[in-house]
Ligand binder design. Sequence first.
Ligand code: NAD
Length: 337
Amino acid sequence: MQQVAINGYGTIGKRVADAVRQQPDMEVLGVAKTRPNFEAETAIEKGFSLYAAVEDRADQFGEAGLEIAGPVEDLVEAADVVVDATPSGIGARNKELYEEYETPALYQGGEDADVADVSFNARSNFENATDADHVRVVSCNTTGLSRVIAPLQEAYGVEKVRATLVRRGGDPGQTDRGPINDILPDPVTVPSHHGPDVETIFPDLDIDTLGMKVPATLMHMHSLNVTLEEEVDPSDVRELFADESRLFLIPERMNIDGSGKLKEYALDAGRPRGDLWENCIWEKSVSTVGTDLYLFQGIHQESDVVPENIDAIRAVTGAADAEESIETTNETLGIGL
Ligand code: NAD
């Protein structure tokens, strides 16, 4: 049984903790937080041991009536693997701590790629992370793109990818983000940094990306154009995608016209927090013109990296191969709409 520490218990960390708990081969040793808030209270209610991430602020937990199991150093030392889900840039600063205790660590997509030995997407390059000490689970957008590119590359060959990422302004709980009434080229420079991030997974890929930010919180939307190495019938691409466990093809009959209904569907289906771990591809949008493939996909930024973190834990601990891990993660979480 792998003992997993979660350092940073926010949007991603709390979801990873719940997902770890559902796995037959791992358990949550504890979660570390910087300060007491509603998430700290929920962690205690769920029975997670709570550790203080910042020594100076440890007293605040006691003052808030929350029992602390110890400092984050104790947690890292005792764990088989630590999932760092702290805000962008903090993970790199924590690396020293993980090295000090020789605990393998996973970082999130907000960190620069050079924080880790390997950038990770379970479908695309699971084996590269086998027994690695420092692994970066790529961002929600890179995860979403990688899951589509990998099967296309294998089936038809990919000449070039062009993607416009229409990104949510902030997560639902991020009251300090925006815009609230605008449409921003973001970044305004073209191509955006997202393409090079996808190349950390596919080093030989030719990909250009453009980014925008809009007043939405629910999901990102990708407008994707992939130039394939051969002409393909859209029905064949749909069949290819239907076999991919982390791609959900939204059937026309469902009458889902956007991310609002998608999230509503996830809530109706009883998904925890209304999470959509899969890429949500509008089946009707999958079209071809010559060798060019086009589609729209919704990416739930708060949750698509969660199963990837679970698989990355198995990769770094050498506990399973890609197929076995993905199958276990999918089954336990209920992935596959
Ligand atoms: P978040 O702000 O929701 O959560 C981060 C948590 O870490 C907070 O609880 C914060 O208090 C805590 N924290 C801050 N400093 C800390 C420290 N020194 N030690 C321990 N904990 C500390 O952030 P998030 O959205 O969960 O993002 C975490 C990482 O995941 C980032 O790299 C981000 O880029 C990446 N990511 C986020 C999303 C998303 O849409 N939210 C999607 C994919 C990847």
